[in-house]
Every structure is written in C-alpha cells, then in structure tokens.
Design a protein around this ligand. Sequence first.
Ligand code: GLU
Length: 314
Amino acid sequence: MHPSAEAIEASVAAAYSAGLQQQGGANADYIPYLAKVPSQLFGIAVMTVDSALFTAGDSGFAFAIESISKLFTLALVTELIGPRAVRDKIGASATGLPFNSVMALELYKGKPLSPLVNAGAIATASLVPGADANACWAQILDVQSRFVGHPLALCDELNESEQSTNSHNRAIGWLLQSAGTCYSDPMRSVDIYTRQCSTLITSADLAAAGATLATGGVNPLSRQRVVGAANVPHLLAEMTMEGLYTSSGDWAYEVGLPAKSGVGGGVLAVAPGKLAIAAFAPPLDDAGNSVRGQFAVAHIAKALGLNLYAVPES
Ligand code: GLU
C-alpha cells in the first residue's frame, strides 16, 4: 500500500524534530572542504513515484554528493556493459571493510567486490568510455543530472580540495591496475572518480534521484527514462550489500531498505514502487555515515512501514 500524503508529511516532521535531538559524529575532515561545512545543517526530503515532494529543515542546501555518486556511475556502466559484466569485473558483495580499504583488494586478488566502495567505484569509472577524461566526465555529469531531473555542476572548490588530497585513492588506482581490474588509465579513472564526487546536490535532488530508482528507472520530474527497468534491481541489490559500508548489514536488519550514503553527509534510501527518502547532516559516525541522516531516514521508513522484509500478518 502507498503511504498517504498526510502520513508522509507527519513522518517527515516527526523525523526532523526527533533528529534534532541526535548528537554525535564529526564532519569528514580528510577532504578540507567537508570539514568547513556547518555541522548543524539538517535537511530531509521524501519524493514519491508521482513526484510529490515533502521536506523539512535545510532540504535546499547544496552539499557534496561524494560517495552517492558511485550509484549513478554504476547505473551508467550497467546500462553500457550489462549487469553480468559488472558483477564479473567489479562484484556484488560486501567487503566487510572500510570504504577506502586497500586490504580488501589484497584479500580478494584485486577484485573490488562492490562498485560502492572506493576501489570498485574507481574500477567502475574506468569502464566509462571516452577519448579523454573530459569525454568520460561529460557522461557522468549527464547521468547525475538526469537522475535528479535538472543540470548539476562540478564545484571547483570541492574538486580542487579532493584532487589535492586524494593520494590514497591514487594508490588504489595503481593497485587495481596491477591486478588487472582497472579498465582504462588508472590516473584518468581516479581523476573522473574524484570529479564525480565533487558535484553539489540538495536533499530534494537526492530524493528525486532515489525516486527515479523507485519508479523503475524513470525520473518522476522529467518523465525521462534514466536507467532500464531490468537494471534497477541490480542497483538496489548493490546498495543493500554495501551502500552504508560496514553498517550495511545492520541497516538491512533494522530498516530493510536499499540505501546509499556519502561522506558529505547525505543518505538516500529507496522503497521500490513507492518513494525515496533523503537526508543530509554533515557529522558522520565511525563507518562514514551521517548520524542524523541515518536516524531520519530510518525514522521515516519505520513510521511508514516500508521494510521490504516485513511480512504482512495473516
Ligand atoms: N570522495 C570521497 C573519497 O573518495 C568519497 C568517499 C565517500 O563518500 O564515502 O574518499
């Protein structure tokens, strides 16, 4: 059953006021831009498959997309090479290790296991075709824009902040290359991966992007198809396995919705066929997930009874 507008509105308001009480966590500081974002910002947005939008707090604040971008590049590459090749070349399992782990690569002979950790996302970026980095980047920015339903842009200050501090990701690029799991020039792949993390997005944009998955691949605002319906379940499965990094299992256990977070403080969850829930608050927990963001999304999902594993009582 689809939740009513009244129920969604009430759940968003309740999650916002309860979320304000949640303390703890800290802004990511390994990317200087992120350390400077005001920590008290807190926004929530829900968009239904019919494009109805419900918001609270700083839902219009544009924040760093970061790791949530991995999902959109994955969608692009899945469209291009198909889900079987994605699983063969990158993987569809949890690493059980932090998002930027090098040890995970060592353990699995250089196969990243998931396109939603840094190694897998760099490998995914390496599969975007193009004569040069700019040609690859144009396709990635285009797919991000189509997911949200309007043009997004690179934030130069954020990109500069990332590009000048991404030596760990460069090391991952070279490890992939040595294992044979980087499918084009490794430094070009890291460059476009770093750019894809450096666009700004609002909570409302994020909800629209999630609603695009909830509809089965059509953006509810533009009504344009962004990803084939047959590929959407694979994207949601990847989110379930690794979307919240080492917290993904706990999240499935408690909330039961595919989700994706980013170190910019964004969290997105998708209730297939119904709606998407997005939240943003910069302070992160030890796994790299927004404290208030996770709280707010979980609060709404529970209030609306969206757990995919719930079995109706007979
Ligand atoms: N740009 C960040 C990195 O590569 C994204 C990580 C994240 O959001 O989890 O470390």
